[in-house]
Design a protein. Sequence first.
Length: 585
Amino acid sequence: MSIFNVLSLVGGLALFLYGMSVMGDGLTKASGGKLEQILEKLTKNPLMAVLLGAAVTGIIQSSSATTVMVVGFVNSGIMKLSQTVGIIMGANIGTTVTSWLLAMTSIESDNFFIKLLKPSSFSPVLAAIGIVFIMFTKNEKKHDLGQVFLGFAILMTGMSTMSASVEPLADVPAFTHILTMFSNPVLGLIAGAVLTAIVQSSSASIGILQALCVTDAISYATALPIIMGQNIGTCVTALISSIGASKNAKRAALIHLYFNVIGTVLFMVVFYGLNAVLNFSFLAETAGSSGIAVIHSCFNIAATLVLMPFGKLLEKLAILTIRDDDKIEVVSDFQALDDRFLSNPAFAIEQSVQVTNKMCELCKTALFEAFDLIEGSYDEKAEQHIEALEQKVDNYEDKLGTYLVKLSRYELSEEDSQKISILLHSIGDLERMSDHSVELARSAKEMAEKGLAFTDTARSEMQVFSAALRDIVGRTSTVFETEDVRLAATVEPLEQVIDDLNAQIKQNHIERLKDGKCSMEMGFILADISTCYERIADHCSNLAVCQIQVHKGEYDTHEYLYGVKHKNEEFDRAKSRFSEQYRLA
């Protein structure tokens, strides 16, 4: 084997790993975060969890990615530790799909239709379709599909390159001697585990083993323990990802390790025990790509069937390894903004939306408490609570802003990029609304300290004004939580009514001032309060319009507002209803 063969092997491995990465990224983007949402919600039934874990891993072509995602779920409190066991078992089954795809390279037949099943026959076609989708279409879904096709073609090209580069090794006795060493179960196990830990992918290490099959120097006695070791080596990725995570997240990574170690040990003890008695003749036979795929699948399915009833024991074993202490771990809202989710931008955006919803609820609480202070009597503790809530909202904006900026650096679809932009604008609106709650509380404090009060007429008008504000804030909060587009469409006409109320109340105050019924000092405070109210309504309008635009796939806010306000009968009817509902006496 010459230096050129070595270079070809390295290049083939690079193409193989890159193709797998490109294909996996394309499949993940095409799923739009929906696969992870399914995992998150439908894992209470152990059998369903296994099936879902297998399906998701089979689609995204990486058990490591699935397990890392699960560690992130547990770390952020989205998923309980008990729910992870089935998914992890299923992920081990799902990852065998890759070995079956690679086994197709060994298909040999003169039949035209069977030849079409050989990747070398259809990969060029997929590559051509993929490049057309990527370069000549603007549709995001077609771009993602093109990425999947191109990734698969690159993966298969890498596989073919590796196979061709190692073929000369068939005539090298030293190579055959080295491989014979790995027929020792312990050495083979260690070799498989180390190789997989280095490349961080059991699918990739299986592919390397399948590529070596062209040398006819790999026997089943050699392949079997290496495959067992590969199942242990793939746990390294999840273990690394759990560093710095919560105790339960670390336990989830350990469940993955324990499942593979216990399954491997059980299999090898039983298999080699029987071999000592029965002396399996097939171990001396030359292994093929399809044979390796069969062993890989059978082992993982068998291990799952045997250990699935003992899922609770695996969980207890992980808990015994990482014990609880007197310190109580609190899952904060910000743990949902886990960096482990950044590799799947669509899902990370969904997590950001959930955290933004909580930020919205805090903002709503602060505003309603501020309205209470304006309408009722001043209370110092209430003001302090409003300021504490405003500090929390500021913290949310900081954490969300930082996370969304990180997320924006990843390769994003146009839709995801627009969603991030809208979320960044939304958290800015929510933060400014919470600032207004503090301003209102301070206005209430100023009135109390100076012994000022609204006149009866002004108080009656402010009650109407506050009721309209409660309505628009409540509607906006509900829109954020439920993504109710129909409800969102009612926010803008109500905002217009609030603008009219603001102008009318200020005008009424000027009239009272002329008649000597109100003081100038009280007038300044009233102006501050009514201005805060009007600006809060403006921010509510921004938030509601954002929700409408996201669902329509349109992102020009000014164009939307112009459209609804001009010659729009539905808008006019809604505004008329609100004007009647919030009419000043």
